[in-house]
Design a binder for this molecule. Structure first.
Ligand SMILES: [Zn+2]
Length: 199
């Protein structure tokens, strides 16, 4: 038997479904909400509702957006000739936070993984080919993850996009900045040897 009233147990149960949140943290969060001013609870539930009701995918790049076109696609400052293809909106945010990329994106919403039943038709791949045919794109960076399914996706896209005459690139793989060669796994070391740069 839970020692708490039903309403707070319900909140604890829902909070503990969040990633990385155990029952103890969920209980602490629930009591924080309980003791916080009434407006905090109202704002929190409003924010959750707004995310579920107004958040959608950008019609052009499939990034998360409150509007038909996301802020990146709407920006006149972005280089619309360079496209960075990523698996998820979180990957997009990671690249965006570097401030080092000024082109546009295309979010696939997953990667090809036959074992998980993830075929190319379940990803935003047809829309990508359409974009390449319609928009003046000169380079596509295939920034899918350097794991089995991410690499399979990049290879699939290469086969599909190469005939369209666009330059295809892939993110370099190598030793982390500030890293130590002796602690780098041998696969990464091989990749960085293959992709070594003029110095
Ligand atoms: Zn967009």
């Amino acid at each position: 038997m839970e020692p708490y009233p039903k309403s707070i147990v319900r909140l604890i149960n829902l909070l503990s479904e969040l990633p990385g949140i155990g029952r103890k943290s969920a209980t602490r969060m629930a009591f924080h909400i309980l003791h916080a001013p009434k407006t905090y609870g109202e704002n929190l539930s409003d924010a959750i509702r707004a995310v579920k009701e107004t958040l959608r995918l950008c019609e052009r790049c499939f990034n998360l957006s409150d509007d038909p076109l996301c802020a990146i696609c709407r920006s006149p400052k972005r280089d619309s000739q360079v496209l960075c293809v990523v698996e998820t909106p979180s990957d997009l945010i990671a690249i965006e936070q570097t401030g080092a990329f000024h082109g546009l994106y295309h979010v696939l919403h997953g990667s090809i993984d036959p074992i998980q039943g993830m075929g190319p038709e379940k990803l935003k791949i047809a829309a990508l080919t359409e974009r390449v045919k319609r928009e003046p794109i000169r380079e596509i960076i295939l920034a899918t993850n350097p794991n089995a399914s991410g690499t399979a996706t990049a290879l699939y896209l290469r086969k599909l996009l190469q005939p369209l005459g666009v330059r295809l690139t892939r993110l370099a793989q190598g030793i982390p900045v500030g890293g130590d060669i002796e602690f780098v796994d041998s696969q990464t070391l091989v990749a960085s040897l293959k992709q070594r740069l003029e110095f």
